[in-house]
Design a protein around this ligand. Structure first.
Ligand code: NAD
Length: 461
């Protein structure tokens, strides 16, 4: 049915539904979130099949990084929504006597959520949770590159929600641009920095606020004073889960020269432990999303000296988990976000130097630092800027609902997850209520001689 409706009609229907005030009712929001949770759980087999078809994603990873993450987020929201929506009372200052003040959360209206293909379910359903929780209507535009998941998302949405409340519109760049012509009350975009700029300029035409969840090159620094076994295991996991196609994957390794050969030997061992001697035959190893990205990644394999992996097979969209040593900042692999199973390695002698290298690049989405040294941990935290930081692990800070998730600078703006998702889709409305009991004349003209009293009251005389 939706396919026959013009994009503008869907937006108009949602505007009318929003105007009915139904979404302002907290029990309506809770009920819709429960429907979403149930739909995700019931569709687990179909979600698995879709992600297998799109990315050959292992069932375990689909459950952990797509289904469970969303279900946990819904559970957390169901638990806290009533307290999040409560107005916050503010004690008025002396100058505002007699009054009461509050900050109230109100929904924004009709929101647009555009997703990327790498976690194609989670990246539209995750923001939808915040949008529903905050009382909005929403249109989802899943990524066309994960076409099976996109179709399934549209199907789940159509079967479970009134399209005047939540709708999914499938399609590629053209559909996205058609949607961006419309006036929304918020646009939540996940994707590349380049397309983020296009989305932001389209939003500017309507003065629509945006949250941009973008990418970048997330560095992973390894100090000599670290637990090498766990460090190697956690980096191997964070880099090669989902075939390296994770926005917060450690993009490149900066390792203290003293532990480099030991660390790389351990990473090599962990790759074998995880995926066997031939990762192409492992049921636990994801494929590259399409030929265009396969070709892009194949060219990056020409940088430095491959010390692990390097094999590829276009027919199967397979690129082996690969580690490249002797990489320089000039190599192609260091010029763009890798977004694939290739880990370039650069050694350093001095942590200050490693920090300076990071700071010379655009602000990353994530930064990883492995070290037992608390002073060095503080040094890295103080002297770098990134969307988030995880010390002594990779990716795990993103699976923590109480920690807002988002970028800074070129890696994005705004954030979500848990309460942050609710805030992102809410307007914080300031309300001041005055009494008719008294009316002080001070502020009214004529001002003659009143400035002295004013200065006394404001404490500035
Ligand atoms: P992309 O920017 O190519 O596409 C994202 C979405 O935008 C898709 O739905 C696509 O249809 C749409 N789109 C593409 N071109 C467009 C255009 N010209 N105008 C309007 N819409 C357009 O990104 P991608 O390849 O799907 O995803 C990869 C990027 O996303 C990486 O940079 C990655 O780091 C980033 N990412 C970020 C996060 C995060 O949470 N910060 C999560 C996942 C991916």
């Amino acid at each position: 049915m939706l396919a026959q409706l013009a994009v503008g009609d869907v937006v108009n229907q949602q505007r009318q539904f929003f105007a009915s005030g139904k979404t302002k009712d907290i029990s309506f929001r809770l009920e819709q979130l429960k429907i979403l949770k149930q739909a995700l759980l019931e569709n687990e087999p179909a979600i698995n099949l879709a992600l297998k078809a799109d990315l050959k994603k292992p069932e375990f990873e689909t459950f952990l990084t797509e289904i469970a993450l969303c279900v946990k987020e819904i559970d957390d929201t169901l638990k806290h929504l009533k307290s999040w929506t409560k107005p916050i009372g503010i004690i008025p200052p002396l100058s505002q006597l007699i009054s009461s003040a509050q900050i109230c959360y109100e929904p924004l209206g009709v929101v647009l959520i555009i997703g990327a293909w790498n976690y194609p379910l989670q990246l539209v359903i995750g923001p939808l949770i915040g949008a529903i929780a905050a009382g909005n209507c929403a249109i989802l535009k899943p990524s066309e590159l994960a076409e099976n998941t996109s179709r399934l998302v549209a199907d789940i949405v159509e079967k479970n929600f009134d399209p005047s409340f939540v709708a999914a519109i499938e399609g590629g760049k053209e559909t996205s641009q058609q949607l961006l012509e419309e006036k929304f009350d918020k646009i939540f975009f996940t994707g590349s920095t380049e397309v983020g700029k296009i989305v932001m300029s389209a939003a500017a035409k309507h003065l629509t606020p945006v949250t941009l969840e973008l990418g970048g090159k997330s560095p992973c620094i390894v100090d000599a004073n670290t637990h090498l076994e766990y460090t190697a295991k956690r980096i191997t996991w964070g880099k090669f889960v989902n075939g390296g196609q994770t926005c917060v994957a450690p993009d490149y390794l900066l390792v203290d020269r003293r532990v480099k050969s030991d660390l790389l030997a351990r990473i090599k061992t962990e790759i074998t432990n995880f995926f066997g001697d031939n990762p192409a035959g492992s049921p636990d190893y994801t494929r590259i999303v399409n030929q265009r990205h396969f070709n892009r990644l194949s060219q990056l394999l020409e940088s430095g000296e491959i010390i692990v992996g390097g094999e590829s097979n276009l027919g199967d969209l397979y690129i082996a988990p690969t580690v490249i040593d002797r990489v320089t900042w000039e190599h192609p692999v260091m010029q763009e976000e890798i977004f694939g199973p290739i880990l370039p390695v650069i050694e350093y002698d001095d942590l200050d130097r490693a920090i300076a290298w990071i700071n010379a690049k655009p602000k990353p989405l994530a930064l990883y630092f492995f070290s037992n040294d608390k002073q060095k941990q503080q040094q890295v935290l103080r002297s770098t800027s990134s969307g988030g930081v995880c010390i002594n692990d990779t990716l795990m800070h993103c699976a923590f609902p109480a920690l807002p998730f988002g970028g800074v600078g070129a890696s994005g703006m705004g954030n979500y997850h848990g309460k942050a998702g609710f805030d992102t889709f809410s307007h914080q409305k300031s309300i001041l209520k005055k009494s008719f009991l008294v009316d002080f004349n001070l502020r009214y003209a004529p001002y003659k001689d009143k400035i002295k009293v004013l200065k006394k009251i404001l404490g500035s005389s």
